[in-house]
Design a protein around this ligand. Structure first.
Ligand code: SF4
Length: 146
């Protein structure tokens, strides 16, 4: 074991390598579902409707490399814009580190086990439907808590 503190405790987001950056994503899938915004007060609601590229079994993107070409509305998350993406879940490592907070104990970078996200109840795995199966006018019926 190294005595060095891990990169996520010493580096700022914009200093990380692409590998380090990618490893921060815990795979919860919360940013890969349809979000609805209240036009009145701008409140953002999460649904149980997965992006059409989301693999509902793994809650991972089925075409990560080409996601922006295939889904133009897919946000390009970066160290520059994470502060503006207020709808990102408060469990998301990018948001936590941007806010100067530590990674939670269940994060795979701490547990060494991607399954710790699901066990902690953070993953959206289970109970999702694909947006290919839900009509736009029915999306409101799919709003979920948290
Ligand atoms: S919300 Fe954050 S941790 Fe969860 S899938 Fe999206 S980028 Fe990854």
């Amino acid at each position: 074991m190294s005595d060095q503190p891990p990169f996520y405790e010493t580096k700022r987001l914009h200093e990380m390598t692409s590998h380090e950056w990618e490893s921060l994503c815990d795979g919860c899938g919360k940013c890969c579902v349809v979000l609805l915004q209240d036009e009145g007060d701008d409140t953002v609601y999460r649904t149980n409707v997965g992006c059409r590229l989301l693999d509902l079994k793994t809650v991972r993107c089925s075409d990560y490399e080409n996601r922006h070409a295939r889904v133009p509305s897919c946000v390009r998350l970066s160290a520059d814009n994470i502060g503006e993406l207020t709808w990102m879940p408060d469990t998301c490592a990018y948001r936590l580190l941007h806010e100067g907070k530590p990674l939670p104990a269940w994060h795979p970078l701490k547990t060494g086990d991607p399954g710790s996200v699901e066990r902690a109840g953070i993953s959206v795995k289970g109970g999702l439907v694909s947006e290919t199966e839900v009509a736009d006018e029915d999306l409101e019926d799919h709003i979920v808590e948290g």
